[in-house]
Ligand binder design. Sequence first.
Ligand SMILES: Nc1nc2c(ncn2[C@@H]2O[C@H](COP(=O)(O)OP(=O)(O)O)[C@@H](O)[C@H]2O)c(=O)[nH]1
Ligand SMILES: [Mg+2]
Length: 227
Amino acid sequence: MSYDYLFKYIIIGDTGVGKSCLLLQFTDKRFQPVHDLTIGVEFGARMVSIDGRPIKLQIWDTAGQESFRSITRSYYRGAAGALLVYDITRRETFNHLMSWLEDARQHGNPDMAVMVIGNKCDLSHRRAVNKEEGEQFAKENGLLFLETSARTSQNAEEAFIMTAAKILQNINEGIFNVSDESSGIKIGYGRGQGITGAKDGNLGQKGGLSPAKNRNGVREVNGRQAR
Ligand SMILES: Nc1nc2c(ncn2[C@@H]2O[C@H](COP(=O)(O)OP(=O)(O)O)[C@@H](O)[C@H]2O)c(=O)[nH]1
Ligand SMILES: [Mg+2]
């Protein structure tokens, strides 16, 4: 299926916070209570529609264990978005957010859109981190925030989609250089033409690019010649 853009994401956070379950909920709309421990890196993909534009999300799910952290680091570079996940029932997973964020900032694209996710919000009776604390952490660091449940699917889809909307906004504002592959963004077929002919580099605007002059110096609008 064709898309306007492909965005690459990475999911990071401590082991057991629900990264693989969130990905499965997003790609397959199901919850699998017993999930094999992620070894190294796995990935999933799904199409979404943002502002009526087809966008493919390619999501790299990483292993949270310290022994895999050096592998994980090599995946930051090509990511346009990061989902930074903690478990609301385990405070230490929240306490580790800063070290994950530092990794992402150090090894990733500085303009990467980062969404902080407090997962397992279905277990509110065992809550160890207040929602306000999660919100505060996100605010202080200029990140997006949501509480989710991979089990009930609450906000799971929204987390992926809101991150994509942020990336699209960054493209529209010219923050992302989409021609650089390491930005984690790929332009889909069908959008590629025209863009190479763009002079102002204003790639994201709706309605496309201003008509370029043809070889005779005449602008063409929908095949008609304009003044
Ligand atoms: N109650 C509840 N359990 C969850 C949720 N997400 C994941 N889990 C459970 O938490 C454990 C770890 O999940 P997993 O996705 O493998 O974590 P990962 O190591 O971060 O990939 C599994 O036993 C899941 O069933 C959730 O939203 N709610
Ligand atoms: Mg996993």
